[in-house]
Design a protein around this ligand. Structure first.
Ligand code: FAD
Length: 427
C-alpha cells in the first residue's frame, strides 16, 4: 500500500493530506507545531481565501466558517492622486479573510480524525527528509517559505529578484468601524506601496486587519521598521498617521479613543522575495521529494494569491497521486517531472501577475483602473477575476490583453470579460 509523507501543516500540506485521506491513501503529516502551538503563535499572515479555495474546503468538508453574513463581498480599489481614482467591484463568490491560527489547527484536527497520522517533529532538515524517503513512496515538502524549501533549486528564470520588492506590516485592530458592507479596501499609494483594510475572522470574532505593503524607503516603510513588540502605542500612533495621510477613507472610521492593537502577538513584519523553485529533488534509491505551496512558489501577498495558489497546487498534486496509485504507477522521476510542469502551469500565472504588480503600473493597467471607475461591469470583473489568475495575467501582461478585455465590455456584455480574444499566455 502506498504511503505519502507530508512535511508542514500549512494550507498546502493539510488540504493535500485531507484530499489523500478522502481517497483512502495512507498519509503521515510531520509538523513542527501542535494545533495549540499554532493557535497561540504570532499572526502569520492575513490570508483571503478565494472562491475556488473555499470550494475545495467544501469538497473536503472543512468549510467550518461558511456563513453568508461574513465574508469579503467587494474590493474597493483607490489610487491616491489628484484626482483619486476609485472603483468598487463585487467579488462573486465572496472571499473569506480568516486567521490561519483559527483555520489550520481545525484542519489538522480534521486530518487526524479522518485517519491521518500526525507526527510532532521539530523543524525537519534536508537529512530528515532524506530519511523519510526510505519510509514513504513520496515525500511532499509543504514547509512554506522556511529554510527547508532551499533544498529545491531556485529557478532563476522564474524568480526575477533577489531582494524583496515590498516590506510588510500587518496588524489586527479594534476601534475602526466596519464599513456598511464587509469588503476589502485596496489603497494604492503610487511610488510608496499599498494599504489594505479587511475584516478578518479570528478566534475572538471579526476584527479589522490592516496590511501595509511598503516600497522600501517610501513613506509606508516606517510601519515595517517600528519595533512591533515594544510599545503598542507607538505602533498605533504611527499607523493612524499613515492612515490619515494615505488612506483617509479608513481613517474617517477610526475612533481614536478606543483604537488599539488587539494583542501584542497580533502584528507581524516581513519581507518576502518572490521565488519559484524546481518542484522536486532526488532523495536516492528511486525516492523523491516534491515541493508544493510556498515551498514551490512564494508570492508577495499584494494580490492575495499565495494561499490560494498553495491550495490549487496541493489539489492537483493530490489528484495526480491518487491517479498514479490507482493505476499502479510509480511516484518516480517521471511523475515528478510531470508534476513540476503541471504545478508551474497552475501557479505560474499568479506569480507573473503578482510580480508585474510589484513594478510601477504601466499605462494599460492604469487604463483598466480608470475604466473600472466609470463602468461597474469592469470593476466587478476585475474583482471576481482575482480567483482566475490565468485570466488576470492574460489581461494585465500587456496592452493587447488589456484592450481586448476592455473591448469585451463594448459589445454584448460577458460577466467577467471572458468574451475577450487574446493569445494564451506563454511566459
Ligand atoms: C501578511 C501576509 C498576507 C497574506 N495574504 C494572503 C492572502 O490574502 N491570500 C493568499 O492566498 N495568501 C496570502 N498570503 C500568503 C499565504 O500566507 C501563503 O502563501 C500560504 O500560507 C502558504 O501556505 P503553505 O502551506 O505553502 O505554507 P505555510 O502556511 O507557511 O505552512 C508551512 C507549515 O510548515 C511548517 N514548517 C516550516 N518549516 C518546517 C520544517 N523544517 N519542518 C516541519 N515543519 C515546518 C510551518 O510551521 C507551517 O506550519 C499572505 C502572506 C502574508 C505574510
Amino acid at each position: 500500500m502506498s504511503s505519502i509523507g507530508i512535511v508542514g501543516a500549512g494550507i498546502a500540506g493539510l488540504q493535500l493530506g485531507l484530499f489523500l485521506r478522502r481517497h483512502g491513501i495512507s498519509c503521515t503529516l510531520y509538523t513542527d507545531r501542535s494545533s495549540d502551538e499554532i493557535r497561540s503563535s504570532r499572526l502569520p499572515s492575513t490570508a483571503a481565501l478565494l472562491g475556488s479555495t473555499r470550494r475545495r474546503d467544501r469538497e473536503l468538508g472543512t468549510n467550518h466558517w461558511d456563513d453568508d453574513a461574513f465574508g469579503c463581498f467587494y474590493v474597493d480599489v483607490r489610487v491616491k492622486g489628484l484626482p483619486e481614482l476609485s472603483s468598487r467591484g463585487r467579488i462573486d463568490p465572496p472571499a473569506l479573510f480568516i486567521d490561519m491560527r483559527l483555520y489550520l489547527p481545525r484542519l489538522l484536527e480534521d486530518f487526524e480524525a479522518r485517519g491521518g497520522r500526525v507526527v510532532r517533529a521539530g523543524a525537519l532538515a534536508r537529512s530528515d527528509v532524506e530519511r523519510l524517503g526510505q519510509k514513504h513512496d513520496l515525500v511532499v515538502v509543504a514547509s512554506g517559505r522556511s529554510d527547508l524549501s532551499t533544498m529545491f533549486p531556485r529557478d532563476f528564470d522564474r524568480s526575477p529578484w533577489l531582494e524583496p520588492q515590498r516590506r510588510l506590516f500587518a496588524g489586527l485592530f479594534r476601534g475602526i468601524d466596519f464599513p456598511e458592507e464587509l469588503g476589502l479596501l485596496f489603497q494604492i499609494v503610487p511610488g510608496h506601496g499599498e494599504i489594505f483594510e479587511s475584516q478578518l475572522l479570528t478566534a475572538e470574532g471579526p476584527v479589522t486587519c490592516l496590511l501595509f505593503e511598503a516600497i522600501p524607503g517610501g513613506v509606508l516603510d516606517a510601519a515595517t521598521r517600528v519595533p512591533c513588540d515594544d510599545d503598542p502605542h507607538v505602533v498605533e500612533s504611527l499607523v493612524l498617521d499613515l492612515l490619515e495621510a494615505n488612506a483617509p477613507s479608513v481613517h474617517d472610521r477610526v475612533d481614536r479613543q478606543i483604537f488599539h492593537l488587539t494583542s501584542p502577538g497580533d502584528c507581524m513584519q516581513a519581507a518576502i522575495v518572490p521565488t519559484a523553485r524546481r518542484a522536486y529533488v532526488d532523495l536516492g534509491e528511486g525516492r523523491y521529494a516534491i515541493a508544493v505551496g510556498d515551498a514551490f512558489a512564494t508570492h508577495d501577498p499584494v494580490l492575495w494569491q499565495g494561499a490560494n495558489a498553495a491550495s490549487r497546487g496541493a489539489w492537483a498534486l493530490g489528484e495526480a497521486i491518487v491517479q498514479a496509485v490507482t493505476l499502479g504507477r510509480p511516484l518516480d522521476r517521471r511523475f515528478c517531472e510531470g508534476m513540476d510542469e503541471r504545478l508551474w502551469s497552475l501557479v505560474g500565472p499568479s506569480m507573473h501577475w503578482t510580480n508585474a504588480f510589484l513594478s510601477p503600473p504601466p499605462p494599460h493597467t492604469m487604463a483598466i483602473f480608470s475604466a473600472a471607475s466609470r463602468d461597474q461591469s469592469i470593476a466587478d470583473a476585475f474583482a471576481s477575476n482575482f480567483d482566475d489568475p490565468a485570466l488576470q495575467w492574460r489581461i494585465f501582461r500587456g496592452p493587447e490583453g488589456a484592450s481586448a478585455f476592455l473591448e469585451g465590455f463594448r459589445g454584448p456584455r460577458t460577466r467577467r470579460g471572458l468574451g475577450m480574444t487574446v493569445a494564451p499566455a506563454s511566459a
